[in-house]
Design a protein around this ligand. Structure first.
Ligand SMILES: NC(=O)c1ccc[n+]([C@@H]2O[C@H](COP(=O)([O-])OP(=O)(O)OC[C@H]3O[C@@H](n4cnc5c(N)ncnc54)[C@H](O)[C@@H]3O)[C@@H](O)[C@H]2O)c1
Length: 329
């Protein structure tokens, strides 16, 4: 298959590309503005060639992975980059609650107009599949978990609102233009290749290995659903290859509710095993825009995609610590 992956230099993008390269037989093009992920990150996943927008031919299998440095707000680039794609996996975005609270308009531009540009690119290039990276807890908001696809969304942060808008456009492009859009609401993703992430697991490991205390925002009883990157990549691939799921939204998480305090407690033995000992854990001020409790019912993904998370949390954390210690390619 031919894949166009926006944000392909980031955490999830590089993991997806690594997995597709291991499989072989895929054509892959990346569009990324390198504000977060960079060329070195992509190089840990694959060899690649860099192309200017004017040099682009339709994506083809057998060629090298192509990196196009550009912004998802560039409509013309989106139209050209999608030529020859069988699937678009749209990962590039503002990816955090905090930046969206600081700059709601910027978050809206990237997450709404950026998404619209690639839906338009799918429509004008006859691309059959479009996977949208959404976010479970932030879209649904402050409700009694487990969250599921039939719940009415009440986003708390602008980030949740912009992701919800993206889901809305995905639904519309399926209903009106027959593009096989699939919105995946990810839980809190962790794992190897997350070196630059500011999510709980990556931040804790980075701080511990730098000899700093693990800082828990608030009292540590807030909960999340932590999903291992390998499980998530399987879900993305199944969303592209499974027939009859156009227009659908799926929670991609583990069904397990874990407090931040518990993540810290479970990380300590994995860190100790890797030689990082005597790690201090302390509480700091709570942050605005965060939901208190979140975990997801993933039975719809099991039913329609034949997918469920498999990685045990302790083993996933151990592998993540291991990767951070050695950052092996
Ligand atoms: N990691 C998680 O826990 C998580 C959870 C829920 C949803 N998501 C969503 O999954 C997607 C990927 O997340 P990630 O963790 O890989 O993030 P990431 O920040 O590691 O990667 C995003 C990539 O997109 C690029 N990018 C950002 N803005 C861009 C723009 N305007 N134009 C072109 N490229 C741009 C960045 O340079 C980066 O390489 C995002 O849409 C995010 O909102 C992630």
């Amino acid at each position: 298959m031919n894949w166009l992956i926006t944000g392909g230099c980031g955490f999830i993008g590089t993991a997806l590309i690594r997995s597709l390269r291991d499989e072989g037989g895929h054509g892959i093009r990346v569009v990324d503005n390198l504000t977060v992920g960079d060329r070195d990150d992509l190089a840990t996943a694959t060899d690649f060639v860099e192309k200017g927008p004017e040099d682009l031919a339709p994506i083809s299998q057998g060629g090298p992975v192509e990196l196009v440095v550009g912004d998802i707000l560039d409509e013309e680039l989106a139209l050209r980059a999608a030529e020859g794609a069988d699937a678009i996996v749209h990962l590039a975005a503002n990816t955090g609650v905090l930046p969206s609270v600081e700059d709601p308009r910027g978050d809206c531009r990237k997450n709404v107009f950026g998404t619209l540009n690639y839906l338009e690119a799918a429509r004008h290039n006859g691309v059959g599949r479009f996977v949208f990276a959404s976010s479970g807890g932030t879209v649904i908001g402050e409700v009694e978990p487990p969250i599921h696809e039939e719940m009415a969304p009440h986003p708390v942060a602008p980030y949740g609102a912009s992701k919800l808008a993206g889901e809305g456009y995905c639904s519309a492009y399926f209903q009106t233009f027959d593009i096989g859009t699939v919105a995946l609401r990810f839980g809190n993703v962790y794992g190897p290749l997350s070196g630059h992430k500011n999510s709980v697991v990556a931040r804790f490991i980075r701080r511990a290995t730098n000899g700093e205390a693990l800082e828990i925002y608030g009292d540590g009883t807030q909960t999340r659903d932590y999903i291992y990157i390998g499980d998530l990549i399987r879900a993305i691939k199944l969303s592209v290859t499974t027939q009859g799921v156009g227009g659908e939204t799926f929670q991609i998480a583990t069904n397990a509710e874990t407090t931040v305090r518990e993540i810290a407690d479970r990380l300590l033995p994995a860190l100790a095993e890797a030689g990082v000992k005597d790690v201090e854990v302390r509480n700091t001020d709570a942050r605005r825009g965060e939901v208190r409790r979140n975990f997801a019912d993933t039975s719809k993904a099991k039913r329609l995609l034949g997918w469920q998370a498999e990685m045990d949390l302790d083993e996933g954390l151990r592998r993540t610590v291991e990767w951070f210690m050695h950052k092996e390619s």
